[in-house]
Every structure is written in C-alpha cells, then in structure tokens.
Design a protein around this ligand. Structure first.
Ligand code: ATP
Ligand code: MG
Length: 240
C-alpha cells in the first residue's frame, strides 16, 4: 500500500516585496498509516505552510507531494480538489466552521461536491456521537462552545475517511483535560490505520506516549531525522 503521504524534496518560495523568500526548504518525509507525527517549530518556522503543502492546498515551487501514491503538484485544480477531499482531512487552527449551519451540516460540508448520501449522513451522526456531541447535531455552530466546535471540526475532517488527517495547533486555547482527551483521540484515530500529522507547540501533545515521530522545523528546514533510532521511549501502537 502506498504511504498516506510522501513529501519529496519540497521547496516553497513566496514573493516578499521584490524578492522571493524560501519558506520551505527541501523537505522530505513519509507518513504511513498508523503514524502519529508531531510537527514542531517556533512561530514563523513554516509549519502552517508545510501542512498546506502536505494537504495539497498549496503547490510546491519544486518537489512533489504524493497522497496515497498520487502525485498532486501538477494536477488541474479541480482534480486536485477531488484528491484532497478523498485523501486528506484537515482541522484548521481557526476551525473554519460555518456559524449559521448546524453541527451536522458542517460535518457534511466536504461531501457536498460529490453529493451527500444517506451513508454520509449516518457516518456524520456516528462521528458526532463518537466525539460526544451527538446531541448537538442540529445546533447551529454559533451556539457551540469552543471544545464542542473543535469536536465538530474533527468529525468533519473524518467524514471522507481519508487516509491522512492533518491538524494545525488543535490545542490552542484549551485546558489540560481537553488537551489530554484530544491526544487520546488522535492516538486511537492513528491506531485505526490513519496517518496523522499535527503541528503543535503543545508539550501535552508532543510528549504523548502514542506519538511515533517528531519533526522539528526551523526556518523552513527540517532537522535531520534519526533512522530507526528515533522511536519514542514507549512502544508505538503497532508494537503493542
Ligand atoms: N504567501 C506568503 N507570502 C509571504 N510570506 C509568507 C506566505 N506564506 C507564508 N509566509 C511566511 O512564511 C513564514 C512561515 O509561515 P507559517 O505560517 O507557515 O509559520 P508557522 O510555523 O505556522 O508559524 P505560527 O507558529 O506562528 O503559526 C512566515 O514568515 C510567513 O510570514
Ligand atoms: Mg501556523
């Protein structure tokens, strides 16, 4: 089976006034199903940009991003959007829920381009139940608490059952209990056979026993990764 995501020699340059600035500099790594990988780095290191590249929301200047084996960088945008909807779930730092829509409608949003089926609706309900917000399915997003919104955004990211789940700072502004529960959720979602990439400064996530790898990004450059020797102190989900 192809890796959920394969990032090869990815460079991203952006225009900065009259100059061009390298934001992501020759980054390569793989995300396999079952991986729960943390992306760390100081503010401005390029974490959000790298997540957008991995999720095929942004095209690399050079290099290639393969999602479930498919090269994405030179696809027409309509095709790329299709690949993205089926191969990646994304939880944005600001969640990006639509306030006027119910929790359920928000979860079903990514299914609209392909047509929402009865199976999708059942799956959306199941996901909301799983994250403890099933009773809020009909509640408009604007009436939800921060933690409830986060759960709805996570359910939405899982609606297509994509092999890759990407989260940008999922524990910003939440308390320790909820951070621990998110870390636990991510661990079980990885165990089910997804690859998960989570950008975070949060030691409550980064030090979780189920993390399989930590990627350190600084100035757009990934720190060298140990080969085989960078296993966490505790067994990975596979090793149990
Ligand atoms: N389209 C763009 N045009 C100009 N500069 C950009 C663009 N995209 C990103 N940058 C710059 O690239 C750098 C990396 O930004 P990015 O948002 O990826 O960092 P980050 O690691 O997510 O930071 P934070 O922890 O604050 O969220 C920043 O200096 C940012 O200003
Ligand atoms: Mg960021």
């Amino acid at each position: 089976m192809a890796a959920a995501a394969s990032i090869r020699d990815v460079v991203k340059r952006v225009r900065d006034g009259r100059d061009r600035r390298t934001v992501i500099d020759n980054v390569s790594f793989e995300l396999e199903r079952g991986d729960l990988v943390v992306l760390r780095g100081p503010s401005g290191a390029g974490k959000t940009t790298l997540l957008a590249l991995v999720g095929a929301m942004l095209s690399p200047t050079s290099g290639e991003v393969f999602l479930d084996g498919e090269a994405t960088s030179r696809l027409r945008e309509s095709h790329r959007a299709h690949v993205r909807r089926h191969k990646v779930g994304f939880v944005f730092q600001d969640l990006q829920l639509i306030d006027a829509m119910s929790a359920l409608e928000n979860v079903l949003l990514p299914r609209i381009p392909d047509g929402v089926t009865a199976t999708d609706a059942r799956r959306a309900h199941t996901l909301l139940e799983r994250f403890g917000v099933g009773a809020l399915a009909a509640t408009p997003a604007r009436a939800l608490s921060g933690g409830e919104r986060q759960r709805v955004a996570l359910a939405r990211a899982l609606i297509a059952d994509a092999p890759l789940l990407i989260l940008d700072e999922p524990t910003a502004h939440i308390d320790d209990a909820r951070a621990a529960s998110i870390a636990g959720e991510l661990a079980s979602l990885a165990r089910e056979g997804r690859a998960i990439l989570v950008a975070t400064h949060d030691a409550r996530i980064a030090s979780h026993a189920a993390i399989t790898r930590v990627l350190d990004l600084a100035g757009g450059v990934l720190a060298p990764q140990a080969r085989g020797g960078d296993a966490p102190a505790t067994p990975t989900p596979y090793a149990r």
